[in-house]
Design a protein around this ligand. Structure first.
Ligand SMILES: [Zn+2]
Length: 424
């Protein structure tokens, strides 16, 4: 039973459940990105440091390639002194540079790239300015005044201001751990810090909220909450048009602007997904319910789309929404269940009659047998919720500690025939 339950809870949930069972404190790793506001002098020092780190990585990479060194210890022995002396790095960045090179060689694709005589660092967004991690010895945070102090190749930079949202600030202050990455992107400096937030023990759900994900409606819940994607679609189409204009130019600067635009678009999608996930998890937590999602595998085959919609689907981060919901739920102790996605939008929630003809248009559902009608997304969300109810009851039957769930299940009308069909 425990096995079945773990399987139902899926990846992240599985670890969560298992670790709670052993009474361990589980933490969710989250990243917080803060914007740095360096003075021109400080910015120049940061740029020098990042360039030195990258140049040192290039050097270590050449040594590793020429001498065919794959072990971190060995490469460190060969390069450490020279990196410190020649590139002016202090001990920790020097060690990190070596680790970065060894890690890069550990991935087969990168090895292949280097074997062809290309630089390891070619994939960097700004040449020679790839991100570099800094630990607590080289980077210290002063939250009360909102500044950081960074050890650079030209000495320690104190009182460099940073900004972030109040939420992020609180998280940073309470939970920041280990290293932070110094990043230069689109002409701006930022630090990406890691926070380890303890998650709450998962509660036993009183019921489930079914969430249907889609294109026109990004998310529809069985509570009839609806997160529309129409405005976002317009936004994405506008970006797509701009993109093709720039692509036609084939100039270097156009290419750069293209990349920048793609990142901006991705940021916006991430923001929208965050907001949706936050709302759904908040409702689930408040009402003591779990969240049920469809397994996304196969969604591309399942959904029939117009040609112009296909590009939107393959680039829309539906999977990201799942990740956001999952980690926010873990933090709040809300259980998440992934259910079978087959025919969720073609099945009648009442009589369980399943047919493609039940869904004559993309928006509308109308059961051919009993006449039940409604928006297709809502029907799908209700089906997802019902599947979660059945699955949860199924794995919980032998556990006598959950009487309220069984009572709740008994109250929900469920034809025996369909139970059997689902089990088969
Ligand atoms: Zn029906």
């Amino acid at each position: 039973m425990a096995e079945a339950r773990r399987r139902l809870l899926g990846g992240a949930g599985a670890a969560n459940w298992a670790e709670h069972a052993f009474g361990m404190v589980v933490r969710v790793k989250l990243v917080v990105q803060v914007k740095l506001l360096p003075t021109p002098v400080q910015a120049a020092a940061l740029a020098l440091t990042l360039r030195a780190c990258n140049a040192a990585a290039g050097h270590a990479s050449r040594v590793a390639f020429e001498r065919d060194v794959k072990s971190r210890n060995e490469l460190q022995k060969l390069c450490y002194r020279e990196i410190k002396a020649r590139f002016g790095l202090s001990a920790q960045p020097a060690v990190r540079v070596v680790k970065k090179v060894v890690d890069a060689y550990a991935t087969p694709r990168r090895c292949a790239v280097h074997a062809q005589g290309q630089s390891l660092l070619k994939a960097d967004r700004v040449p020679g300015m790839a991100a570099q991690p800094f630990d607590d010895r080289c980077l210290s945070w002063r939250y009360e005044v909102g500044t950081v102090s960074i050890l650079t190749t030209v000495g320690r930079l104190r009182d460099m201001r940073f900004v972030c949202s109040p939420d992020q600030f609180a998280r940073l202050r309470a939970h920041r751990q280990g290293e932070s990455d110094l990043v230069f992107r689109d002409g701006a400096w930022s630090l990406i810090a890691t926070c380890e937030v303890p998650e709450r023990p998962q509660f036993e759900p009183a019921d489930w909220i079914g969430v249907d994900r889609g294109i026109a409606n990004l998310a529809t819940t069985s509570d009839l909450d609806n997160f529309q994607g129409r405005r976002l679609q317009r936004y994405r189409r506008w970006h797509a048009r701009k993109r093709s204009e720039l692509q036609a130019k084939q100039a270097k600067s156009a290419n750069r602007r293209l990349k920048k635009r793609a990142r901006r678009e991705a940021r916006h999608a991430t923001h929208v997904n965050h907001r949706i996930a936050k709302d759904i998890v908040a409702v689930a937590q408040r009402t003591g319910r779990g969240i049920a999602l469809e397994e996304l595998r196969g969604i591309r085959d399942r959904v029939r789309l117009h040609r112009h919609q296909r590009a939107t689907l393959s680039s829309w981060p539906l999977h990201q929404l799942e990740q956001h919901i999952t980690y926010k739920a873990r933090r709040a102790g809300v259980p998440v269940l992934l259910v079978d996605a087959h025919h969720t939008s073609q099945e009648c929630p009442e009589g369980k009659h399943t047919a493609r003809s039940n869904r004559s248009t993309r928006e509308q559902f109308c059961c051919r047998r009993c006449g039940l009608a409604g928006p297709a997304d809502v029907v799908a969300a209700v089906n997802i919720r019902d599947r979660a109810r059945r699955a949860w009851v199924l794995v919980n039957v032998p556990l006598p500690a959950l009487p309220e769930l069984l009572v709740d299940a008994a109250r929900t009308p469920q034809p025996v025939v369909n139970e059997e069909r689902d089990l088969a």
